[in-house]
Structures are given as C-alpha cells and as structure tokens.
Design a protein around this ligand. Sequence first.
Ligand code: BEZ
Length: 261
Amino acid sequence: MKNRQTRDQALFHNQWNAELYECNHAFVSQLGADLVELLSPQKGERILDLGCGTGHLAHAIASNGAEVIGIDAASTMVEKARSYYPTLHFEVRDATNLQFVEEFDAVFSNAVLHWITAAEQVVAGIWQALKPGGRFVAEFGGKGNVQAIVKALGETIRAAGYPVHLSWYFPSIGEYSSLLEKHKFEVTFTSLFDRPTPLNEGEEGMRNWIEMFAHSLFQEIPAEQQIGIMTKIEDQLRPKLYQDGIWFVDYRRIRVVAVKV
Ligand code: BEZ
C-alpha cells in the first residue's frame, strides 16, 4: 500500500505528461480520424490544427497534401509532436490569443475546446485566422459530457470537505451555434452524440483517467486522503462505467462545421 500511495501522489503532479498521455490516452487522436474525413483536407490547402497534442492528426491531414501548422498550449506536447514529425511545423501558442489573420483555408480542432472556457475569444480568433470562405471543423465535449464522472468527483470531493472548481466547457448545439453565428460564421453541420469509450488499463483505468485529466481537483487535498477519496469516486462510478474488467468514460461529443462568410 505504501508503494501505491507514493506512486499515486507522484502522478498527481504530472500535468500534460506527453509520455503518459501517449501510453494511456492515444485513443483521443485515434477517435479523431473520422473528423479528418469530415475536414476533407485538399492538396495545397493551408490548415491550422488547433490543439494538435502529439501531432498524429496534423500528420494525417498533411498526408493528404495540405500544409499544416499544429499549435498547442503545452510545450511538452509540441516537443513530442516535433520529435514524431520533424518535417511538420508545430508551435506553442495560446488558443485564446491566436493572432493569425486570414491565413488558413481551414481550422481543425479535436478534443481540445472543452478545456477553454473563454470560448468566445477562441471563436473570434478562429474567424480572424480563416480566409473568407474558410471552414472550421471541430469536435469536443458537448453538453452532458462525462456527466457521471463530474457528478462523482463533485459529490465525493465536496463530501470530504474540499472545494470543486471544474473549468470544462461542454456547450449544447444551440449554445455553440449561437456563439458561432454571433461571430458571423454560417453553421452548416452539428451533431451531439454519446461515445462511451473503453479505457485499456483494466482496474486502474478510471484512476489513471482522473489523474491525467482532473488532477487539479486533488491539489488542495492532503496526500494521505487522496487514495481514500479516489476509491470512493471509483465505487460510485463502478455500477455505471465498469463492465467485465473494463472502465468506460461517458464521453459525449459535439461536432461542428462552420464557414466564414
Ligand atoms: C473529453 O475529452 O471530453 C475530456 C477530457 C478531459 C476532461 C474532460 C473532458
């Protein structure tokens, strides 16, 4: 138990550890492959991959002959992307301060925009980055995303006497379409759908997911209480999200295609 405790405590400091992300969460970019089909990148197009992570989807887009710039706020991710794909261009950049002006035929984004509550700033920057007639193709967490996990985290951590500040952005179709229209986009496609996603690490799966994506909630919790709280969260989630030795994440995705008119 002592070893386990030491390991758990250490992992809570691993924000955007690119190695850990690649080992346990590669499914994020694998599931984005059909979003690249929706983007339908064309030879010669200039495309911005907003939140490129370790660069796999930027590579898929570039392999169709498009010129891709991948940006990510995490330097660890950008370093990894550069090491995987040295011929592609990756930059550390903040999505709320893009500063591109009419440079791109398309802006693409997979599994990133739910991290950014300043959604209006992001949309304004994307609009400015696109050439007239350019398209924005994105998928991220939509209304109801990871609902059971959010509930279990909130209830358990609050019951233990600690605050819960989740800053995730999961808009409905109506909310996000209105935001896009306010910024003069024409919304041509939207979809909101469940995507229950298996984690491939057996009994440790949910704990690893929480360590990777929700570790900030544990920052104020003393190390000696973290394991107990995590175990209660798992117990609450088990009937809903654990089947035959496999944990599932109750993802719900919003997809949009919008054109700069
Ligand atoms: C998501 O991909 O939907 C997600 C990832 C981490 C935290 C919350 C949501």
